[in-house]
Ligand binder design. Structure first.
Ligand code: HEM
Ligand code: SF4
Length: 551
């Protein structure tokens, strides 16, 4: 966990009282909704279909139990008893009342949580691997660097009015769990030949209307230079980014139009001016941040405790363990993923009761820490293996032990037409129907790793382009139509999916997905060949044939 200092606490508190005044002026009519818009967006407040929506940041996805309890409290006291975890380590509340928003923010500020820069054209929450600090084999804890960038960019005047929103993600593992290639800047921690820490820097990734996979702009930037290098990229973007056309304003369009070579030359030139300035980071600064991250006092535990050996006889426990429990860097411990995808429910939602109960379980079994991942699931990062059976039983009672992590019902979905004013189609009901169709665990297990991602419009909040099966809702002649892509992925081999053919109606989506899955089961060379590998090997054609032969 990271310990915030006095500067951070003051900043967050001042922000709350400033916003309280702004809300007061809106409620009295002194500010019009239009005048208020800029101010509310700076504090994570959107105006949606039915109500205001409030987006709260969870920096690098790390939560202390008192913070999770504060989120539960906000859900219970100011909303309708639940919150929605998103794909960017945020949580959204859909039914917040404007008059109560300052109180909600104040309650969160007491535990060091805020909503700064969760919307607007600025640097958004810097995201990272939800297994940071505990994943075996990582270069070092990527949150140290996320935190450095967070401190540098929070309320930084130069980044407050960018051409468009700006997102940075960091990973330190070979397997990318932070989806860095679909971010404006993606950073991959590496070591050079001298053993020094640095970054491969990628730029220009993003989804939305015009999706791009990020390109490498520099193979190695030393850790001490990372702020100046990021700043050089942002300066070039700030200068040349299109402010005249919202659809062309993201850095991915600039990189695409200039070409990565020309773009990187511009950045290099800018960087040479600023790299030896005060932006160069002293080792002490990094050491100070590093020292503020505390790690649990792990015990010396056996690799295979008796409790785990005995529980292995229970097939239900084993089904859950196989996809929810991952190796930890410390022997005798595990990382446990908590599925927020129960069959038939909206993906990513958690009730106040679940959040409170999960906080209790994290205190009991995970040194008081919870993580939030980009796939809309949570994790307990430090669970002793001997506690796994007891934890599983407790999670099951809370409907938080669905054994579907990474399986076909572990669906990412945006709120779509149920909440979102920009939506063209529903997302949540599609996800619900698909989870019912594939509720049979044996079948889901037979299919293996398969991610379905759903968005209700081209903004791509549900990451549909990078779903192994991607579903995009569009509107055609007043009707919801769904375009289906296959072959996308968001990991270290990130790729955009390919369209399989004409869009299909709401009622047909689940049938089409079933057809695709059946085709895959028939086409795979062996049971271990994953869906995405079969698609890579054979392309879209055989799937297209199967889906449209009878339509
Ligand atoms: C309901 C309120 C929401 C609104 C109004 C909204 C709006 C938008 C818009 C306009 C974009 C496109 C930005 C661009 O291309 O420049 C976008 C992108 C995105 N949103 Fe949302 N969003 C909402 C909720 C969510 C939720 C719930 C999630 C997660 C489940 C999410 C995750 C994302 C992500 C990951 C992108 C990335 C697209 C990219 O890489 O370019 N948003 N959102
Ligand atoms: S993808 Fe579209 S419908 Fe879905 S949340 Fe984003 S803006 Fe709304």
């Amino acid at each position: 966990m990271y310990a915030y200092d006095e500067i951070d606490r003051t900043l967050v508190n001042e922000r709350v009282s400033e916003f309280r005044d702004q809300v007061k002026r809106r409620l009295s009519g002194e500010l019009t909704e239009d005048e208020f818009k800029m101010l509310r967006l700076q504090n994570g407040v959107y105006l949606q279909l039915h109500a205001y929506m409030f987006r709260v940041a969870i920096p690098y996805g790390t939560l202390a139990t008192k913070q999770l309890r504060a989120l539960a409290h906000v859900a219970r006291k100011y909303d309708r008893g639940y919150g929605h975890f998103t794909t960017r380590q945020n949580i959204q509340f859909n039914w917040i009342k404007l008059a109560e928003l300052p109180d909600a923010l104040e309650d969160l500020s007491k535990v060091g949580i805020h909503a700064m820069q969760t919307s607007g054209n600025n640097m958004r929450n810097v995201t990272s691997d939800q297994w940071a600090g505990v994943a075996p084999g990582e270069i070092e804890d990527p949150r140290i660097w996320s935190e450095l960038i967070r401190q540098h960019t929070t309320l930084h005047p130069e980044f407050s009015f960018l051409p468009r929103k700006f997102k940075i993600a960091i990973t330190a593992s070979d397997h990318d769990r932070a989806a860095i290639k679909i971010h404006d800047i993606g950073l991959r921690l590496i070591k050079n030949e001298k053993g020094e820490t640095g970054f491969e820097v990628l730029v220009g990734g993003g989804l939305g209307r015009t999706p791009f996979i990020a390109k490498t702009i520099k193979h190695f930037v030393h850790g001490r230079d990372i702020l100046s290098y990021i700043e050089a990229i942002l300066r070039v973007y700030n200068q040349y980014g299109r402010r005249d056309n919202i659809y062309k304003a993201r850095i991915k369009i600039l990189v695409h139009e200039l070409g990565i070579e020309k773009f990187s030359r511009e950045v290099e030139e800018e960087w040479q001016h600023i790299r030896n300035s005060s932006l160069q980071i002293d080792d002490e600064v990094i050491e100070d941040i590093r020292s503020r991250f505390t790690y649990p006092a792990y015990e010396k535990l056996p690799h295979m405790p008796d409790e785990l050996r005995q529980a292995a006889a229970d097939p239900d426990f084993e089904a859950w363990r196989k996809n929810s429990v991952a190796p930890h860097k410390v022997q005798g411990y595990s990382i446990v993923t908590i599925s927020l995808k129960p069959i038939g429910k909206p993906p990513g939602d958690a009730t106040a009761e679940q959040m409170d109960a999960l906080a209790d379980l994290a205190d009991k079994y995970s040194f008081g820490e919870i993580r939030v991942g980009h796939e809309q699931n949570l994790a307990l990062p430090h669970v002793a293996k001997r506690d796994l059976p007891a934890l599983w039983k407790a999670l099951d009672k809370l409907d938080l032990a669905t054994p579907n992590v990474n399986l076909i019902t572990d669906i990412i979905a945006c709120p779509g037409l149920d909440y979102c004013s920009l939506a063209n189609a529903r997302s949540i009901p599609i996800a619900q129907e698909l989870t019912r169709r594939f509720a049979n665990h044996e079948l889901a297990n037979l299919i293996g790793r398969l991610h379905i991602n759903i968005s209700g419009c081209i903004n791509a909040c549900g990451h549909h382009h990078v779903g192994h099966i991607g579903i995009l809702g569009v509107e055609k002649n007043g009707e919801e139509v769904y375009q289906i892509t296959i072959g996308g992925r968001a990991d270290e081999s990130a790729a955009l999916g390919n369209l399989i053919g004409p869009g299909v109606k709401f009622d047909e989506v689940a049938d089409v997905v079933e057809d695709i899955v059946e085709a895959y089961l028939a086409l795979r060379e062996r049971p271990e060949e994953l869906f995405m590998d079969t698609v890579k090997r054979l392309g879209v054609e055989p799937f297209k044939e199967r889906v449209y032969a009878t339509r």
